[in-house]
Structures are given as C-alpha cells and as structure tokens.
Design a protein around this ligand. Structure first.
Ligand code: THU
Length: 134
C-alpha cells in the first residue's frame, strides 16, 4: 500500500492539468508485484485529455503486466477522487471483481472499494466469450 501511495503521489506531481488544475495520480500493482503509475494528461482540445488511471493501465500493459492486483488513485480535493465511469470500465478489463481500489488524498488513503462496488453487474471479456459469433 505504501509503495502504491508513493508511486501515485509522484505521478500526480507530474500531472499535466493546466485546464482543470486537478492533478490525479494512479498506481497499479500487477500480478507479478510490479508497480505502474500514471497521471492525467490534458489537452487544449478538452475531450482528448486522458485520465491518470488510463495512463497507469497503458504503462502496465507496455511493461508486460497483464492483470491488476491492487490499485490506488490519488487526488487533492476534499471529495473522494474515485475513478470516472470510463476508467471503471478500463479497470474492469484487467481486474477481478474483488480487487481493492484505494482512494487517497495527499494525507493518505481515505477509503477502499472493490471494483465490484464501483462497477456492479459489469460487462467484460467474459460476456463476449458467451456471445454469438458473427
Ligand atoms: N481525472 C482523472 O485523471 N482520474 C479520475 O479518476 C477523475 C478525473 C482527471 C481528468 C481531468 O484531467 C481532471 O481529472 C478533471 O476531471
């Protein structure tokens, strides 16, 4: 948990968020115990900006990780910086329902959710396995 917090904090410090002024950091522990971090990267064309969670997932995949074993997201506001809806689905692709997602502020972890709490009755790769071939 400390390692995830440190990695996510360091990533948040490098966030590129000149438009929202809302830096976010995320860190993933993969199935092999390796940690991968990401930050939000905004863009003058606002919808093109990327969330911290998306960056951390991209790094995990690029560095050879395949599964999310634990994750931590950190933001600076008073309100919990829970992953947006799109990122819940991105996490879902690589995490089991019981995976812990810690939500932190600068002072430390504020609350821990399971993925299933954040994205109940979700759609994922398993759904396609039972699908009708085209
Ligand atoms: N953001 C994240 O990076 N992750 C979240 O979980 C919530 C929102 C970013 C997107 C945007 O750069 C800024 O925070 C404000 O929405």
């Amino acid at each position: 948990m400390d390692e995830l917090f440190e990695a996510a904090s360091a990533a948040m410090a490098r966030a590129y968020a000149p438009y929202s002024r809302f830096p976010v950091g995320a860190a993933i522990r993969d199935e092999a115990g390796r940690v991968h971090a990401g930050c939000n990267v905004e863009n003058a064309a606002y919808p093109v900006g990327a969330c911290a969670e998306a960056g951390a997932i991209s790094r995990m995949i690029c560095e050879g990780g395949t599964r999310i074993a634990e994750m931590l997201v950190i933001g600076q506001g008073a309100v919990l910086c829970t992953p947006c809806g799109g990122c819940r689905q991105r996490i879902r692709e690589f995490a089991a329902p019981g995976v812990a997602i810690h939500i932190a502020g600068p002072e430390g972890v504020r609350r821990t959710f399971t993925l299933d709490e954040l994205l109940p009755a979700s759609f994922g790769p398993d759904n396609l396995d039972g699908g009708t071939p085209r």
